[in-house]
Design a protein. Structure first.
Length: 246
């Protein structure tokens, strides 16, 4: 059953945030991206593998950066187009994380608030997903419990607007190779190590800003990876001659 659940979850394309009408372990000395042991939904130990060094590119690895956006310290800023998430700090700085972005991650913009946080969250496909793709989602219509097979990964932050769940999630991933890329489905996901630490740092009630394409392009120095794999400055994405990513 566990193997079947894993194969089904991988087949979802990590579609944990689909919109609705309403292994090889890396070397141990990797700092925050090393292997971890965490407590699962029922207190059982869950092993989280270290992130492979090949996935820890300059843009994907968390780092403290200068930040001159208008948001107040404590705000989470998501840029689905540059594929970065910022936790705004004091003194004109932010902690920047690389993210993977599914199409659902570009269907939401503007302001929201984190009203729910969940460790090792469960996930249930919507009725529409089961109806339109019964062969894929039907076996999971009763829900998939939290754990290493779950596409939401180790932690999830649930965004609300006007007291209602937006169905927009910031969460971990069972596929660390996807971070930094555009994917076919899902919302916003980080390395499990990153979402675990962010989860511990921010309280319920944290404001979230999700940028529009125009807001992304307006900021100097940020890079957007194009469909052809090239990196382009975010403020020149429509006109710049792309140069190969290093």
């Amino acid at each position: 059953m566990r193997l079947a659940s894993l194969m089904l979850a991988m087949g979802l394309g990590l579609a944990a945030c689909a919109p609705t009408p309403q292994t090889t372990t890396a070397p141990a000395d990797q700092g925050v991206y090393g292997a971890r042991t965490d407590s699962g939904p029922n207190g059982e130990p869950i092993e989280i593998h270290a992130v492979r060094p090949a996935y820890l590119t300059e843009s994907n690895r968390r780092q403290r950066v200068a930040y001159n956006g208008p948001e107040a310290p404590g705000t989470i800023v998501v840029d689905p187009y540059a594929r970065f998430l910022y936790h705004v700090l004091d003194n004109g700085e932010a902690m920047r994380f690389g993210i993977a972005v599914g199409q659902a991650g570009k269907n939401f913009q503007g302001n929201a608030t984190i009203r729910r946080k969940q460790a090792w969250p469960s996930w249930t496909p919507t009725a529409n997903m089961v109806r339109t793709q019964p062969e894929l989602y039907g076996p999971l219509k009763g829900g998939l419990r939290g754990g290493v097979d779950n596409p939401l990964g180790s932690r999830a932050l649930y965004l609300y607007r006007g007291g209602r769940d937006t169905m927009y999630r910031i969460h971990g991933t069972m596929d660390p190779s996807s971070v930094g890329k555009a994917t076919s489905a899902g919302c916003i996901r980080l390395f499990n190590q990153d979402i675990m630490d962010l989860f511990d740092e921010i309280p319920n009630g944290t404001p979230v800003k999700v940028r529009t394409p125009g807001e992304s392009r307006a900021l100097e120095g940020e890079m957007i990876q194009q469909p052809n794999g090239y990196l382009v400055p975010a403020n020149q994405v429509q006109t710049a001659a792309a140069t190969p990513a290093p």
